[in-house]
Design a binder for this molecule. Sequence first.
Ligand SMILES: [Zn+2]
Length: 168
Amino acid sequence: MMLATHAVAGAAAALIVRSNPILGFFVACASHFLLDAIPHWDYPIRSLEHDPKTLRGIRISFDRLFVKDFFRAGVDASIGAALSFAIIRPADGYTALIASLGIIGGMIPDFLQLVYYALKREPFISIQRFHSWTHSDIRLYGTHNIVGIGSQIVLMLLISFSMFNLAT
Ligand SMILES: [Zn+2]
């Protein structure tokens, strides 16, 4: 799922338990796995290569494609962070902190996948195994791109709308 969707959902999740920032961070992490379980569209990560020796038979190559992927993920994440802050409009530093922890918590599982691909050691192997297990096997790639991107935007708007209700 797009990082932007995870960021908005994470911020919303953290706001639900706004009295406890640490709990907020972990609830945001949990929201990531919950969202990934929904059949969804993902943009392809082209620096991923097939390697039968690893989980799901995939490993990452740190080359020019990786730089492209990294840039796209950065834009994706920035959209999520900007959207979250635009909706919440934190009135004070504390709310800004909760939102930030939620945004980071919502996206961090995907960053941990990158760490897994780079290091291939515990605890990242177990986290990766859990992530793969929660992730929907239905992937809306290829010819379903319009449906995929469309459904992703609808989902993001739905989450944004519910977040607006939580934040106000
Ligand atoms: Zn994920």
